[in-house]
Write a protein that binds this ligand. Structure first.
Ligand SMILES: Cc1cc2nc3c(=O)[nH]c(=O)nc-3n(C[C@H](O)[C@H](O)[C@H](O)COP(=O)(O)O)c2cc1C
Length: 330
């Protein structure tokens, strides 16, 4: 069965790739992922806050009086919040590249332009085959408007593209007023791919301990939001599309490809079930395609996108109205 797909310009043997996660910090896990047949590996992120922090700390060390930096430093998480520093990150890129033959994607995570973006070029020099820019933003200031936030994202893409020659993908959050337009502008600014979506980490509240709870892993219910928007963007935007969030089973994979994904990123599924899950998923995908008489994965790629599916209304407002109106009260 031909499972090949093209993502960010790479011809991959199949669409299953590892999303950004702490797994990339452990070389044995990275090798296990390759042994299990993963097509590409995304490293965990280097964060803007971390890089600015490092820069401020260096400046404070150079300038004895240092006080002007003390206040600025207090805005950012303290270094122990980050698992690895910038130099260790670049070292990790080199080591992972040496350890595996599959393409390796570095990850930068931030929301504003600045000197920290020079790490894009450093990650490329360290050997990364591509770069993912994660733009997870949480606007809490009522004076900050949507256009300012989106323009900054677009300009970040332009700034990074000016420094690197490897492909760049942008990992987006799900909530924008007009996502197709933003996606188009990001592609025009140079994004080679879009990764849909960041999980929106919504803290639940422990009312006894007065704490917010910890990160939980995903399940397949989170996939639906990604399927809907991938279906809408497929064929409309000149960029590769990857789904991250809620891909666990072979059927999740089939649905993702049908709506137009060129690749799917797994994190929770691998953390829960181990790297072997990648092998199982690939075999189950082959068997599903055979049973349904497909000759290749590309044959079904995008067949359920908004542009190509038999009933495009299913993705539009008309379906929302229909669903609300057709509910039968027992
Ligand atoms: C423990 C953990 C660490 C993660 N670290 C990163 C990270 O450094 N950068 C990033 O872009 N995403 C990170 N993610 C998000 C994942 O890449 C992924 O987008 C998300 O978990 C949804 O995919 P899933 O349903 O397959 O888990 C992390 C997720 C988990 C669970």
């Amino acid at each position: 069965m031909d499972l090949t797909t093209t993502y960010l310009g790479f011809d991959l043997p199949h669409p299953i790739i590892a999303g950004a996660s702490p797994l990339s910090r452990y070389l044995d896990r990275v090798r296990q992922l390759e042994d299990a047949g993963i097509a590409m590996i995304t490293l965990h992120s280097l964060f803007e806050e971390q890089l600015i922090n490092e820069e401020l700390a260096t400046n404070a060390a150079i300038d004895d009086s240092g006080e002007q930096y003390a206040e600025a430093l207090s805005y950012f998480p303290t270094p122990p919040d980050f698992a690895v520093g910038p130099d260790e990150y670049l070292d990790m890129v080199r080591k992972v590249k040496d350890a595996v033959a599959v393409p390796v994607v570095g990850s930068l995570n931030g929301i504003t332009r600045g000197g920290w973006l020079r790490y894009a070029a450093l990650i490329e020099q360290a050997g990364a085959d591509a770069l993912e820019l994660n733009t997870y933003n949480l606007v809490t200031d009522s004076d900050e408007n949507a256009w300012t936030v989106e323009r900054e994202m677009i300009e970040m893409v332009r700034a990074i593209k000016a420094q690197i020659t490897i492909p760049l993908s942008v990992k987006l959050s799900p909530f924008y007023t007009a996502l197709p337009n933003l996606a188009k502008e990001l592609a025009l600014a140079g994004a080679d791919g879009l990764v849909l979506f960041n999980r929106f980490y919504q803290p639940d509240i422990d009312v006894e301990e007065l704490e917010v709870n910890r990160l939980s892993l995903s399940d397949s219910t989170e996939l639906l939001l990604r399927l809907h928007w991938t279906a809408i963007l497929a064929g409309q935007v000149n960029a590769s599309l990857a789904i991250t969030g809620g891909v666990h089973s072979a059927l999740d994979l089939v649905k993702s490809v049908m709506v137009g994904a060129h690749a799917v990123q797994l994190v929770s599924a691998i953390l829960k079930q181990g790297p072997r899950h990648v092998t199982d998923l690939r075999l189950e995908l082959i068997s599903w395609l055979e049973q349904h008489e497909y000759h290749s994965l590309r044959q079904m790629q995008g067949s359920m996108s908004l542009r190509r599916c038999p009933d495009p209304k299913a993705y539009e407002r008309a379906n929302y109205i229909h669903m609300l109106q057709s509910y039968q009260v027992e």
